[in-house]
Write a protein that binds this ligand. Structure first.
Ligand code: ADP
Ligand code: ADP
Length: 218
């Protein structure tokens, strides 16, 4: 069975914009799928539907029952709170027990290489480090699905390359399903087993490309 799926999904907004028209796509559990296409083709709408933040006008959305991790291009960290407090936020919202939360936060910071920056404020970090904190926050609840909306688009090439490698490492280790929105063909092919290409007006799937799995899990 698929981990996530859209089946004949359409989404028309109240202003009449047809963001998605009869879109079907799916990802197997643990797959890394990229979503590629021009601005306005409905990529963010697909992610919002899968996060449960929006509902289709017609068609079916299959999404995980447990939590979903969401990473945006803007890390949206609370500027007054330490890195560790930012990463802890999803656990606080769930009232996770203190000891378990401490361990999960430590583990998440370790995973993204920010263990030594737990007490730092976001403004004291580089752009790449802020993105790592944002990824740690998305993963601290161990979601089975990670949604990423052009997460690295604002970063310089070198940082972007390193974050792509790190993201692959996390995916290989933690076995979550990933749906990664990007404008970069390079990034899509580097990261994914499958690339779903969308077109605009109305938003639809125009092509699916299978990439020979270059990074199988152990
Ligand atoms: P719904 O179809 O769910 O009623 P709306 O069309 O009323 O949604 O818009 C929901 C929200 O998105 C509103 O706050 C609106 O201002 C905002 N919005 C409207 N147009 C756009 C747009 N082109 N891109 C992004 N957000 C938009
Ligand atoms: P992408 O992420 O590929 O740029 P989006 O999913 O953000 O595409 O948007 C798809 C289309 O729907 C665009 O034309 C956008 O302006 C419009 N749109 C997005 N959100 C809303 C909204 N809340 N209300 C009205 N129109 C929207």
């Amino acid at each position: 069975a698929a981990a996530i799926a859209l089946r004949h999904v359409s989404r028309r907004y109240a202003n009449g914009v047809q963001a998605l028209a009869d879109v079907s796509l799916q990802a197997a559990p643990g797959a890394f799928v990229s979503l590629l296409g021009p601005s306005g083709c409905g990529k963010s709408t697909v992610l919002r539907l899968l996060a449960g933040l929006d509902a289709p006008s017609s068609g079916q959305v299959q999404r995980p029952a447990d939590g979903v991790g969401y990473v945006f291009q803007d890390p949206t960290l609370m500027p007054w709170a330490s890195v560790e407090a930012n990463v802890r936020l999803p656990l606080r919202l769930r009232h996770a027990p203190r000891a378990a939360a401490d361990a999960a936060v430590r583990e998440a910071l370790q995973a993204v290489g920010l263990a030594d920056f737990a007490r730092a404020l976001p403004r004291e970090l580089s752009g790449g480090m802020r993105m790592r904190a944002s990824i740690a926050r998305a993963m601290v609840t161990r979601p089975s699905l990670l949604l990423l909306d052009e997460p690295f688009a604002a970063l310089d090439e070198i940082t972007r390359f390193r974050l792509n490698q790190e993201l692959l490492g996390l995916w290989q280790r933690d076995a979550f399903t990933a749906l990664f929105v990007t404008h970069s063909v390079y990034e899509a092919v580097f990261l994914s087993q499958r690339v779903v290409v969308m077109g605009a007006r109305p938003g639809r799937v125009v092509r699916e490309i299978t990439v020979d799995a270059p990074y199988p899990r152990d």
